[in-house]
Write a protein that binds this ligand. Sequence first.
Ligand code: PEP
Ligand code: MN
Length: 343
Amino acid sequence: MLVVMEQNATQEQIDAVTSLIRERGYTPRPIPGGERVSIGILNNEGAVDPNPFLALPGVKQAIPVTRPYKQVSREFRKESSVIRVGDVSIGPGSLTMMAGPCAIESKEQALTIAGHVRAAGAHIFRGGAYKPRTSPYSFQGLGKEGLVILAEVRRQTGMPVVTEVMETETFDLVEEYADIIQIGTRNMQNFSLLRRAGRAKKPILLKRGMAATIDEWLMAAEYIFSEGNDQVILCERGVRTFVNHSRNTLDLSAVPVVRKESHLPIIIDPSHAAGLRDQVIPLARAAVAVGAHGLMVEVHHEPERALSDGAQSLYPEQFDRLQRQISAFYEILCRNGTMGHSM
Ligand code: PEP
Ligand code: MN
């Protein structure tokens, strides 16, 4: 349940509500933003009786929360969240481009690709130091050395960096180096990792599990919120279907659904959805049209030599084309008001 206070409610009246919530054995969670204060009620099993709250002075409404996820739902927080990383914003009002190789392979490789994507207009550099590979014999990433290279990319280009964390043991290290910490599709329901992410001081990019429903995905985000971290960006990266013309099937419908159900920003990764570079640019255009707040795209200057995901990595000139196409496209959508609503 959400207790909505009157616009002119006093601090004393707000405190009385939070005390009553605690008295009943629940946890109060004040919701920031907006003109009035709202206080969410957490840790209740079953419905909460609204009447004792409605009887308190300064209380305007008590709204039941109907979804299983609470803090990430739009019922809980009406205003869309905007995540800020340095000068970059992710959320309504911007189209944030994250680009880079699948894996950091060497300093030279990372800096070369970073130079290209930066010049093309990317805002955030991506690259894995710890790689979740299907085969234990495939390249597993450079580990800490990869993180050090990412820090060098940030120093030389000014771009914030996003990189994946795979297990709780290396979380501290990844958190030290990354500007945004990615949780990959295979770990979307790794609950100990999600809880640790909830205690992180950095934003989390939570990819959708390849066979997860949107409810399961939002519940995974709720785990992160439940430990205190409300800096979460969702990333749709394709789901497993019966098709063999692509690696996964990009679920574009996830964007309007998530934007309706949740206040969190949602970006699209067309690279892992497609698995093949020919499909990446058309899917990226579709992602912008459907209202994604950004894109994450794999780019490699020598994809035929890439140690992972070469087939889906764009050549730098293709990324350049993608960037030009979608910026022009996004501008048109903004100009005619399609992107003009607060969501
Ligand atoms: C990645 O972004 O490098 C990655 C492994 O993606 P996913 O978890 O979506 O497969
Ligand atoms: Mn990849």
